[in-house]
Design a protein around this ligand. Structure first.
Ligand code: TYM
Length: 331
């Protein structure tokens, strides 16, 4: 049995990228492993320092975790800020993390382009906080999408460095994980390459979206003027639509439109209509469950309390040992 850790930032509702990159794995892994799945509310402050309704955003993700099938009896579901030991481990890791390596991180470079008015120290040290999340439970597997690969590499660097500096074999090496295959990157609908909350209007399909909203977004998805030669290679925007179809539609449907494309007979309008209907069918059970859980305040607070207790138990044990290893002792 492996120890598994992963988290999602509460900066918007969960979309199909989060689902196929991470959540789908959470649901499978909870049956076989010792799992900790959390809501990364500390991390969300790096991009949203004064959120309108942080508590409401956290509740929404917790509800969406439950709606998607996470079982608080099997996995530990918790909120990052409920485990302040995370912040202490982050502090220790920051002492041994170097500005140069943090500045070279791709996500830092992206963020300083996206928010030049707010290049804060939290953005720079995002990878040490993420490493703290993971190694605080001494995890070995981390289900994430492709965009998190470099953060996992850095997590291994920080864990190994701790072991080396204090001459211990304490933190295991965590690996990014996706069930049986490569890490995935789910594309968005507006040609931006990646489905994401900050990738522009109409780019993401959310689990909580109503059918009409899904139809509207899919019908507006970027396409081209169509193939001109049989079996020609698909340009990226078209590959994106096909990739989305691959994850929500049947093989038969996918193959049908693939053939139409190869015969230069494709009608993108028909393909999008089909894709929208398949996305609506795919998200329907989530939509229903989200509504049901949202109104059950008592259950939500029970789940959060249970998660807090289990996560703190594991985290405080690690911090006790880490303090001892570094040499902090009480008088
Ligand atoms: P976040 O909140 O951006 O995304 C949550 C998870 O969803 C995956 N994801 C995608 N996967 C495939 N295709 C996409 N288009 C797509 N968009 C998002 C992400 O890879 C991620 O797995 N830094 C993390 C949160 C975090 C974390 C952690 C994760 C904080 N601490 C510790 C694992 C372990 C993040 O910003 O994810």
């Amino acid at each position: 049995m492996e120890t598994v850790v992963s988290g999602i930032r509460p900066t918007g509702n969960l979309h199909l990228g989060n689902y196929f990159g991470a959540l789908r794995n959470f649901i499978q892994m909870q049956n076989e492993h010792n799992c900790y799945f959390f809501i990364a509310d500390y991390h969300s402050l790096t991009t949203h320092p004064t959120p309108q309704d942080l508590h409401g955003n956290v509740k929404q993700i917790l509800v969406e975790y439950l709606a998607a099938g996470l079982d608080p009896e099997k996995a530990t579901l918790y909120i990052q800020s409920d485990v302040p030991e995370t912040a202490e481990l982050y502090l220790f890791l920051n002492m041994n993390a170097y500005i140069g390596e943090l500045e070279r991180c791709t996500s830092f470079k992206d963020k300083i382009r996206q928010q030049p008015q707010n290049v804060n120290a939290g953005l720079l040290t995002y990878p040490t906080l993420m490493a703290a999340d993971i190694i605080i439970h001494r995890a070995t597997k981390v289900p994430v999408g492709k965009d998190q690969e470099q953060h996992l590499e850095m997590t291994r660097t920080f864990g190994n460095r701790f072991n080396r500096m204090y001459n211990v074999d304490y933190f295991p090496e965590p690996q990014a994980f996706n069930f049986g295959q490569q890490l995935v990157k789910i594309p968005g609908l507006n040609g931006s390459g990646k489905m994401g909350k900050s990738e522009g209007e109409g780019n993401a399909i959310y689990l909580a979206d109503e059918p009409e909203a899904i139809r509207k977004k899919v019908m507006k998805a970027v396409t081209d003027s169509g193939p001109t030669e049989p079996n020609q290679e698909k340009p990226e925007v078209i590959q994106n639509i096909f990739q989305l179809m691959k994850v929500v539609s049947s093989d038969e449907t996918f193959n049908y439109f693939d053939e139409q494309y190869n015969k230069c007979q494709i009608r993108y309008g028909d393909m999008k209509k089909q894709l929208a209907e398949d996305m609506i069918t795919f998200t329907a059970p989530f939509r229903e469950q989200i509504k049901a859980y949202l109104s059950d305040e008592a259950y939500i607070s029970r789940v959060a309390a249970m998660g807090r207790e289990k996560a703190r138990e594991s985290a405080s044990k690690t911090l006790r040992e880490v303090r001892e290893i570094i040499g902090f002792k009480s008088f």
